[in-house]
Design a protein around this ligand. Structure first.
Ligand SMILES: *[C@@H]1O[C@H](CO)[C@@H](O)[C@H](O)[C@H]1NC(C)=O
Ligand SMILES: *[C@@H]1O[C@H](CO)[C@@H](O)[C@H](O)[C@H]1NC(C)=O
Ligand SMILES: *[C@@H]1O[C@H](CO)[C@@H](O)[C@H](O)[C@H]1NC(C)=O
Ligand SMILES: *[C@@H]1O[C@H](CO)[C@@H](O)[C@H](O)[C@H]1NC(C)=O
Ligand SMILES: *[C@@H]1O[C@H](CO)[C@@H](O)[C@H](O)[C@H]1NC(C)=O
Length: 318
């Protein structure tokens, strides 16, 4: 299995073997999504670096997962290992401008890159959705119907039209970001409102979970993403395409021994994943919320549907 970038983090592409074969390989150009970023990479190098950046032009081959933790090779890498609240305090701007962690930690993973200030959340969501589309997309509701086993909900189902839906759908449900859970897509058009709504969600999360600053360390968060993916596989009834990781260290962290002896993902895990995005800037957490809200909805009977099956669909021919 191969995981690649997504708006919230990694997703799986179904080529497990590539991972094993690429154990010694250091480049991250095995995936379409990354290939695209590599082009971007070449183009951007000619400009002045205004953000954090890589010190060597490759992904760290020792990361748990391909291109998912380049802290050792990063201009702000030292700060990957310190609590994010401390870093935010040090970068407090007298004008009140928010710290943009996607800029500061640009390219610490191939799914944490700075692509300019986000001005239009609807458009940003469309771009994220299209970036993830590839030939594995089987068409609306043509993928297998799968059922989650998740805290506090019974018979939550979705069609797995692409592998990354497994993580993205449950993550969005857990955070309450699906259409039908209270968040109106129309509000996306009002940028400041959308950012404020994300900020409010961030505050609710922290009020509920009280993450300590020692729990909020970027490098650990980067490594945890693939772990959450494996745990999400444990929260899903078979058949589905995720069967642990080819890397024993990841399975160890995820508590995965087999599909029947594994650790399911929790609301708290997803909330923490989101909360770090909040610390990386509310425009970034708002963009994640826009992606989650644009692509899927919760229908009667706890079924998660997508795009044209939903009250709102982005204005693109999906
Ligand atoms: C982000 O990092 C990449 C990789 O090092 C670099 O090429 C790019 O210029 C950086 N972007 C900005 C806006 O600094
Ligand atoms: C969940 O589905 C099972 C099997 O179809 C059914 O027996 C059960 O009543 C459902 N539970 C709820 C809460 O809908
Ligand atoms: C956008 O939302 C803000 C509240 O955050 C509100 O004050 C403002 O009037 C809204 N703008 C428009 C154009 O609706
Ligand atoms: C978090 O802290 C608040 C206020 O101190 C407290 O009311 C709440 O119960 C705490 N929650 C957890 C999960 O510890
Ligand atoms: C998952 O992987 C294990 C070990 O590689 C294998 O024995 C098992 O059959 C796989 N299960 C499924 C459902 O693919």
């Amino acid at each position: 299995m191969q995981y690649s970038m997504s708006q919230h983090g990694i997703v799986l592409l179904a080529v497990w073997q590539i991972w094993a074969a690429a154990e010694g390989a250091t480049e991250c150009n095995e995936e379409r999504a990354t290939n695209m970023l590599q082009l971007e990479f070449t183009r951007m190098k000619t400009r002045d670096e205004v953000c954090g950046h890589l010190l060597v032009e490759e992904c760290d081959p020792e990361a748990y997962y391909t291109c998912s933790n380049n802290c050792r090779f990063h201009s702000n890498g030292r700060d990957c290992f310190r609590p994010l609240p401390d870093i935010l305090a040090e970068h407090a701007d007298p004008t009140g401008a928010e710290f943009d962690g996607y800029c500061y930690f640009n390219w610490t993973a191939n799914w944490l890159t700075y692509n300019g200030a986000i001005l239009d959340f609807e458009q940003a969501a469309i771009e994220s959705i299209l970036n993830l589309r590839d030939s594995s997309y089987s068409g609306l509701s043509s993928g297998p119907l799968i059922t989650y086993r998740f805290e506090g909900v019974e018979n939550l189902t979705t069609h797995l039209d692409m592998d990354h839906y497994l993580y993205d759908d449950l993550y969005a449900y857990s955070l309450g970001f699906l259409q039908g859970q209270g968040l109106e897509p129309a509000w996306m058009k009002n940028t400041s409102l959308w950012v404020a709504l994300s900020k409010q969600r961030c505050e609710e999360i922290q009020a509920k979970y009280n993450f300590t600053k020692d729990e909020l360390i970027l490098s650990e968060w980067l490594d945890r993403n693939i772990v959450l993916a494996v745990m999400t596989g444990c929260s899903t009834e078979w058949p589905h395409p995720w069967n642990g990781s080819a890397n024993p260290a990841i399975n160890e962290m995820a508590g995965w021994r087999s599909s029947t002896d594994c650790k399911p993902v929790t609301h708290r895990e997803y909330a923490k994943h989101y909360y770090v995005k909040c610390l990386l800037g509310h425009r970034n957490s708002a963009a994640d919320m826009a992606y989650s809200n644009s692509r899927a909805c919760l229908l009667d009977g706890n079924h998660i549907a997508h795009f044209s099956e939903c009250p709102y669909a982005p204005d693109v021919d999906f």
